[in-house]
Design a protein around this ligand. Structure first.
Ligand SMILES: Nc1ncnc2c1ncn2[C@@H]1O[C@H](COP(=O)(O)OP(=O)(O)OP(=O)(O)O)[C@@H](O)[C@H]1O
Ligand SMILES: Nc1ccn([C@H]2C[C@H](O)[C@@H](COP(=O)(O)O)O2)c(=O)n1
Length: 238
């Protein structure tokens, strides 16, 4: 056996196996914060699928698409070019070459994204994009969203479903914006959860083989530690 082959074999024995991690759950349960931290700690790529649905919604609002009309949304679904950068320390998203990371977080986009993401043509388009990104992430990836474990990557190595009480989630979200109304924040996120869980195509749902982690009483550090441990166990078993 040549030295080169021995070196490669040794590296293959010691390098942790590339894992695909699916993290789903309702709004404000800590998916993005947890996923980014876990990916950074484990040297994995990171994909925020909610940002992609926000990006297509933002493009539609900017391009005169009537987002109350599913037929108009369906016709426009293939038009924008959405590119996601998967570095967990500096995730990016562009639409037709323009940085969309700020504008996709506006209240206007947040209030319309559930309607746009419920349209089957939008889901087909974005799901293809997500699968291509995951397939290209040779070192492994953490993908977070609503339907990753159930639809986008049903063969993921590990699936986590994060939950938390509406009160805890509203308090977390209110904490981000000074002077925000806790009751209104709670009402808005419960309404968005209902829309995301109630749509026909690929609703927000826990996969049968997902591990549920209730984060209500946990700090963010505790959630990250819990998920890192679960992923580490899978890597050893692979
Ligand atoms: N366990 C936790 N304890 C306290 N605060 C938390 C916890 N997890 C997340 N947070 C905070 O809650 C807020 C929402 O978290 P994050 O954006 O990660 O949630 P999310 O599930 O990705 O939400 P969305 O689906 O709406 O994007 C952030 O300010 C984050 O720092
Ligand atoms: N896999 C996904 C991810 C997100 N969405 C939709 C539904 C959410 O309300 C919206 C925004 O997501 P967020 O940025 O809050 O995580 O995008 C979805 O349908 N499927």
């Amino acid at each position: 056996m040549s030295t080169t082959v021995e070196t490669v074999s040794a590296a293959a024995r010691t390098a942790p196996a590339a894992v695909i991690v699916a993290i789903d759950g309702p709004s404000g349960t800590g998916k993005s914060s947890t996923s980014k931290a876990v990916a950074a700690q484990l040297g994995l790529s990171y994909l925020d699928t909610g940002a992609q649905y926000r990006a297509i919604t933002w493009w539609m609002l900017n391009n005169g698409v009537d987002v109350s009309d599913p037929a108009e949304i369906a016709t426009a679904a293939a038009k924008p070019v959405i590119v996601s950068g998967t570095d967990p320390l500096a995730p990016t998203i562009t639409v037709d070459g323009e940085d969309a990371s700020g504008p996709i977080r506006t209240q206007e986009v947040t209030s319309k994204v559930s309607a746009v993401s419920a349209v089957p043509e939008v889901r087909t388009r974005i799901t293809e994009l997500q699968r291509a990104i995951a397939a290209g992430a040779e070192g492994g990836i953490v993908v977070e969203g609503r339907d990753i474990g159930t639809t986008v990557l049903p063969g993921a190595d590990i699936k986590i479903f994060l939950t938390a009480s509406p009160e805890a989630r509203a308090a977390r979200r209110s904490g981000e914006v000074k002077g925000s109304d806790l009751a209104a924040t709670r009402e808005a996120l419960v309404k968005r959860d209902a829309a995301d869980s109630g749509r026909k195509t690929s609703p927000l749902a826990k996969a049968a083989d997902a591990v549920e982690v209730d984060t209500t009483e946990l700090t963010l550090s505790q959630v990250i530690e819990c998920v890192v441990t679960l992923v580490g166990e899978k890597q050893v078993a692979k």
